[in-house]
Design a protein around this ligand. Structure first.
Ligand SMILES: Cc1ncc(COP(=O)(O)O)c(C=O)c1O
Length: 373
């Protein structure tokens, strides 16, 4: 392995503002032999393969230290690790793309950085500085950029993770934490139109809880409902509020949008029960640019059923980093089934193409979403 240590000063241009990411010392150890030649990047399944390198950093005595880019490898952890028992673990998900000239870009990393730190604060964990999160990821991608599949709808998924690393039993916030970033090349995910069951029994999030944070426990808690839905022939559940199971929240790993009588509606972020999706925010911006009215507000299931019966529930889709825009072909609530002809979804299909074209460099990035690596 070849070990180097570098002091980086980076300048990024974002929407005409020049700003500096501070200097930081990252130690870099490169693999001798890349696994890339043994990996077929065509139609690669989500989350199964990892690139040659990862970031690892430690938090102790109130500061982040040992910031390293090193070969992707197993961690050695004790059974008493706080994260495993008491759930102090958060993560993020974003993607890097290649344009036709082979340049690598990351989609809106600052939004994921801000959300990561919002999750950290909620879970009583330390925030991570931008120099480690954004500049570290940029360096990592620069090293592993040949892993970005140069194929439409393919990308390099970026998974930052932070977990409590104290080795001790007893419920209290850990004093030490580990930050990791791994990269996974990926093909289209959830590209098929979805059948969704509106959840009537289990709860994902309630006001005052942790629904808005991307902590591991939210996903563990969602698995039973999702498994039951799958057994019943559905791809995912549409979560509803904790009290009446009638106010819509979000779908599995996606935010949800409906077009009712030409107006786009999506559940608001107000009560802190859903994740503030980066794709959700991008979709709202582009839908508004298309000239559509977008309402972020509470949505009752009866409102949708009523619109469906009147023939004015035009489109239904989910938004998320993994799926981009995923059409909903069926939505079931109790014994009522709403079916949609997704190939007639003009707006959602146009939106999917627009976001994908921005990400893959075929359309102007006028909002400064793409950060060049
Ligand atoms: C629970 C949940 N909601 C929504 C989303 C969509 O968020 P984003 O568009 O930032 O990927 C995700 C995906 O990360 C998620 O896990």
């Amino acid at each position: 392995m070849i070990k180097t240590s570098q002091l980086f000063f980076r300048f990024f241009v974002l929407q005409n503002n020049l700003f500096m990411i501070e200097a930081m010392d990252i130690s870099i150890t490169r693999v001798k032999h890349s696994k890339l030649q043994d990996t077929n990047l065509e139609n690669i399944p989500f989350g199964k393969y990892f690139t040659d390198h990862m970031i690892e950093a430690d938090y102790r005595d109130g500061e982040w230290t040992n910031i390293e880019i090193k070969p992707y490898q197993p961690l050695s952890l004790e059974p008493s690790l706080v994260a495993l028992h008491y759930g102090q673990a958060i993560f993020e998900g974003m993607k890097a793309y290649k344009d036709k000239d082979g340049n690598a870009f990351i989609f809106r990393p600052r939004d994921n950085f801000n959300r990561f730190n919002a999750s950290a604060v909620r879970m009583c964990m330390p925030e991570i500085p931008e120099e480690i999160f954004i500049e570290g990821i940029r360096q990592l991608i620069e090293i592993d950029k040949n892993w970005i599949p140069a194929k439409e709808n393919h990308s390099l998924y970026i998974r930052p993770l932070m977990f409590a690393s104290d080795v001790a039993l007893g419920v209290k916030p850990s004093d030490t934490y580990k930050f990791i970033v791994m990269l996974s090349p990926t093909g289209p995910y959830y590209a098929e139109p979805m059948k969704i069951a509106v959840e009537e029994k289990y709860t994902r999030a309630a006001p005052g809880g942790v629904g808005f944070s991307k902590n591991a426990g939210n996903y563990g808690a969602s698995m039973l409902a999702a498994t039951i839905a799958k057994q019943n022939g559905y791809d995912q559940v549409l979560w509803t509020d904790a009290f009446e199971h009638k106010w819509l929240q979000e779908v599995g790993m996606m935010n949800v949008f409906f077009i009712v009588n030409g107006i786009v509606v999506t559940p608001s972020l107000e009560d802190g029960c859903i994740l503030a999706g980066v794709t959700r925010s991008s979709a709202i911006t582009l839908l508004q640019e298309m000239g559509l009215k977008v309402e972020e507000r509470k949505i009752h299931i009866e409102e949708l059923l009523d619109a469906y019966k009147k023939g004015v529930l035009n489109e239904a889709f989910g938004t998320g980093t993994a799926a981009t825009i995923a059409m909903i072909k069926e939505l079931k609530y109790k014994d009522q089934v709403m079916q949609f002809e997704v190939n007639k979804f003009k707006t959602a299909l146009a939106l999917r193409k627009w976001i994908t074209d921005i990400r893959e460099g075929r359309r102007e990035d006028k909002y400064g979403w793409m950060w060049k690596v």
